[in-house]
Design a protein around this ligand. Structure first.
Ligand code: 6PG
Length: 256
């Protein structure tokens, strides 16, 4: 049975990045100590840039054995790996180029390929890394993501799970291709099946522009599939929402 979501509000974006970096390191060291590896799915967009940049500085660089971390992505835009809109390029520039990762453990989504093919390929990569060649994610150690980082779009999307999309209804696929109408772009995304099987799911949300959607998702009526972020509910793991004060401004229950 999953625990209720944990909510932490930080005063500003800088301390939000710090708090997220500390949680990343805690989750990583716990997994590495228990199993010798840490399997994380990175989020994209603008918000995590400051988290990744923070992880690439001390004391975080020296706090981890980076060679033991498997880097996956929660979603990717269907663009080449060096495209400025790509989530892989953003993570490479802000983090991966600055810490001693093992190149073989960086598993990017091949956004340059045909979207349907890229989704099938990535599900194979994910199943290999999670040692689950077929069937649903298992909760045995080593067969589930240790940490999934997520952001929140102003329309309630997370990863590339967009309101009303067919990707929200899949019953078996771990990775699907989905068309982002707003940006007129194909994307590849993990589905709730594999996200919700994670040990820990960490939303990192910043800025006043997200205050209204944060309140709707966390305190409003359940309105899926219009609000895909409400579908994120770990089956046996932890769900943590890390917000800065501007993003939390419309929440009724945060003590000030
Ligand atoms: C992406 C992300 C997406 C993002 C939200 C918030 O590839 O863009 O996966 O889900 O987390 O859209 O984006 P910002 O952090 O840029 O507001």
């Amino acid at each position: 049975m999953s625990q209720p979501p944990e909510l932490e509000v930080l005063p500003d974006a800088e301390r939000l990045a710090d708090a997220a970096a500390r949680r990343f390191v805690l989750a990583a060291n716990a997994a590495i100590q228990a199993r010798g590896e840490f399997i994380v799915a990175l989020s994209g967009g603008a918000t995590p840039r400051s988290l990744y940049a923070r992880l690439a500085t001390e004391p975080f660089v020296s706090s981890l054995d980076w060679s033991r971390i498997h880097f996956l992505w929660g979603d990717e835009r269907c663009v080449p790996p060096d495209h400025e809109a790509g989530n892989f390029r953003m993570a490479r520039e802000t983090l991966l180029d600055h810490v001693p990762v093992a190149d073989a453990n960086v598993h990017r989504i091949r956004g340059e390929d045909d979207p349907a093919k890229a989704a099938v390929t990535y599900e194979g990569v994910l199943r290999t890394v999670l040692r689950t060649p077929n069937g649903p994610p298992r909760h045995a150690s080593g067969s589930r993501l240790d940490l999934v980082l997520l952001g929140l779009g102003a329309d309630g999307h997370t990863a590339s799970l967009f309101p009303g999309a067919a990707s929200l209804r899949t019953s078996a696929q771990w990775v699907v291709a989905t068309y982002d109408e707003r940006a007129s772009m194909w994307r590849i995304t993990l589905t709730t099946i594999v996200i919700n099987a994670a040990v820990e799911i960490l939303f990192v949300v910043s800025g006043a522009a997200k205050a209204a959607i944060v309140q709707k998702v966390l305190e409003g009526p359940r309105r899926t599939p219009e609000l895909p972020a409400q579908l994120i509910a770990p089956t046996a793991g932890r769900l943590v929402w890390l917000l800065d004060a501007p993003a939390a401004a419309e929440l009724g229950r945060v003590s000030r």
